[in-house]
Design a binder for this molecule. Sequence first.
Ligand code: NUP
Length: 296
Amino acid sequence: MSDEWRRDYNQGNKDQTAREPILAASTPTFLKRLSRSVEEHDGSRVVLALDLEPSNALVDKACSIIDALACYICSIKINMHLLLPLSMDDIKHVNDYAHSYGLQSIADIKLNDIPSTNKVTIDYLADSGFDALTINPIIGLDALNDTIHHAHGRGGVCMGAIALVYMSHKSAESSYGMQVGAVVPEGQHAQNPTSSTSLYRIFLEWALTSNADGIVVGATRPEMIRECRAYMVGKHGYRVTALFSPGSGAQGGDPSIALKSGADYIIVGRSILYADDPVKEASRLAKISSSSSYSS
Ligand code: NUP
């Protein structure tokens, strides 16, 4: 190793130490920050998916959309539509802009790698101003636990982690709905520790065991929302994990039914972004989300 390499390497290790979780007890969790945002935005439980089509001036477009819609939403959500074309500085600018309106920002990257890579990813996302990220439980219970623990301890931020439980698109049935021979600890979801169950039930159990801040269940599957909500309430007796539901509007789900079935937040992109009047549509969804609630 050359001196120059050694110097960089050692510096890198020092920086890594500086990244070790240092979290003040007073740092509010993602869900607390999100609840505050709901209060500040007239009770709206709409998470806006900023899924802009490829074009120039994406940062300006994202910021003008935030200007127009901030009072009807509680959070933005950014995925590959912006993460791939934009730089980290650009993304940070958009996130800071959202924060200036009191909004939260979720990185919808469906994190799905080995724990060491996941941790570096989380650090970059936190540095880019994100408040939470989505994660795919297919990485396995220990990896999920480890990764979420790292997100929660991320110095000064307390990143939230939202686990996929049942996605909204049609073919999700062939994966999340798959029957698998589960070995689930006794007393948990499956009655019989070696019985077969559906993959989404295992993901739900793992999400709760790993202290995920939220789960994703598609608005296209209100019966799954109802089942997951009932299980979460039954397990904890109260709500500690929020249910985020994408898939209303463009994907065919009904936002009001999703919320009444147990969703806490609806994630909406195209039906707002490409509405004839996006402000009117966002305002309509904000009203629905503030007035529809779960009844068991
Ligand atoms: O199961 C999921 N379904 C889904 O649509 C999980 C997601 N994260 N999403 C995201 O939600 C998707 O990537 C998109 O950003 C948004 C829904 O957008 P739209 O169908 O309302 O336009």
